[in-house]
Design a protein around this ligand. Structure first.
Ligand code: FE2
Length: 447
């Protein structure tokens, strides 16, 4: 049997759950970091090889930092029905919203920790990563929830959505700062596209209705495929008003993740994110699904891109901001939806790089900093934590877990966001598989 790439090398699952205290630290952990770095990813149980990377059961890894010390590490599966083999579809063909692998992201909102995966309900977990159960906003959420909600940094409200392969294709959702679901409205005009992410500005919501669309013929278990005949459109909608969408035709693209979006001074809307063309998407998908001929290492055909959208004239212009192959973009969360200059990306081998790296882009100057990870080392998404009393957008830290195959080990790196220099590295008790998305949860947010 061919070993699937997403359960090999950096992605080899761990077989069990462990807890370790008082972890060794190289360098100096910033004493102002009081909280938890949590990261989600796919970690199927021993003996199970899912048909697609995204179908592996979710496992959370957490490190608690306080007072310059790394107090604990623990890893826990998210205990969903799917972990024990429950099918994602009921016998009548309908989707069971609790049958989630919950393996894409983990966030805090309203004091609650939620493990997310876009086809299902969120799963609440405790600050020690034990599963509480499916969370449906006190019965108000009756559809799936994206794994990429956006919290407004000023109001604390959470903006998110549900998408579906069958009508209604798109539902707009808003929870207030306390976590009460205050809005759930169908959005007209969207189609059955793979809408993994979206964006908000201070006044707008940006929808991505792009040509990777529902296709039941796709056999990998994730029934979506690129279709050239599907028109590529980006939608602009009032964030806090009615749900009429202005759809703007764009060049055929796939966008898994948005970096940021903001209102331009002239009525335009700026959107940034890694963009895939068809070839880049299909090569990436081959690895994600472990299809014959897939590359040995995960590649991404995406490059950092900016669209300037004009909702009045329904036009869009597109600029490639950098040619490196990157994804997993992050920003300082205090500028989400506001004009921003700095973004941080995981770079993949290819397009001039021979190994994995973290990259900082400065879109105000076009400059970039590349921090190669070293042979056999793969960093994940770099989560930005603002410094206390930060004086600039890039005054803060980046947190990421590195998988080191040569040493069969992992570290939690804490980098200065300004120049990507190392502040501290926490030695984790064993290698942590490369994963998906994570968050920094300050202790203050957990009461
Ligand atoms: Fe994602």
């Amino acid at each position: 049997m061919v070993t699937k790439p997403y359960v090999s090398d950096h992605y080899t699952p761990v077989p069990d759950e462990i807890t370790a205290f008082d972890l060794p630290v190289r360098g100096a952990l910033p004493p102002e970091l009081h909280g938890r770095y949590l990261r989600n990813g796919h970690n199927p149980k021993p003996g199970i090889t899912p048909t697609h990377w995204f179908k592996g059961s979710g496992m959370l890894h957490g490190v608690e930092l306080a007072g310059g010390r790394a107090r604990w590490y623990r890893n826990r599966w998210v205990r969903t029905p799917a972990l024990d083999g429950a099918p994602l579809m009921r016998e009548d063909g309908s989707l069971d919203l609790t049958a989630s692998v919950a393996g894409t992201h983990v966030i805090e909102h309203g004091g609650r920790l939620l493990a997310l995966q876009e086809a299902n309900l969120p799963f609440e977990v405790t600050p020690e990563l034990e599963t509480v159960g499916a969370f449906d906003f006190a019965g108000k959420l009756t559809s799936a929830m994206t794994a990429h909600p956006k919290e407004d940094p000023v109001t604390g409200a959470l903006y998110f959505f549900s998408y579906s392969p069958v009508p209604p294709y798109l539902t707009y959702l808003v929870a207030d700062a306390k976590g009460d679901l205050v809005r759930a409205e169908m959005v007209d005009g969207a189609g059955p596209s793979l809408m993994h992410d979206f964006a908000i500005t201070e006044t707008k919501v940006i929808w991505l209705d792009l040509p990777v669309v529902f296709d039941p013929a796709e056999q990998s278990g994730i029934p979506y495929r690129w279709h050239d005949d599907y028109p590529a459109r980006i939608g602009v909608m009032d964030r806090d008003g009615h749900t009429d969408v202005t759809w703007i035709d764009v060049e055929a693209s796939a966008v898994l993740h948005t970096t940021n979006a903001y209102d331009g001074p002239d009525g335009t809307v700026v959107l940034e994110g890694p963009r895939y063309d068809r070839a880049g998407w299909e090569t990436s998908w081959k690895w994600w699904a472990g299809l014959p001929g897939c590359p040995d290492v995960p590649v991404t055909g995406a490059t950092a891109t900016r669209w300037v959208l004009d909702p009045v004239h329904r036009t869009a212009s597109r600029t490639e901001l950098d040619y490196l192959s990157t994804d997993f973009p992050t920003i300082n969360p205090t500028v989400l939806g506001r004009p921003s200059a700095f973004s941080y990306h995981a770079a993949f081998p290819g397009a001039g790089l021979h190994e994995y790296a973290l990259v900082k882009l400065d879109t105000s100057t076009g400059e970039r900093i590349v921090s190669p990870s070293g042979p056999g080392r793969q960093p994940g998404e770099a989560v930005f934590v603002p410094a206390e009393n930060a004086r600039s957008e890039d005054d803060g830290y980046l947190l990421t877990i590195v998988s080191d195959l040569r040493a069969d080990a992992s570290e939690l790196l804490v980098l200065h966001a300004r120049d990507l220099s190392l502040t501290a590295a926490v030695t984790l008790p064993r290698r942590v598989p490369s994963g998906i998305h994570g968050s920094w949860i300050p202790d203050a947010r957990l009461g």
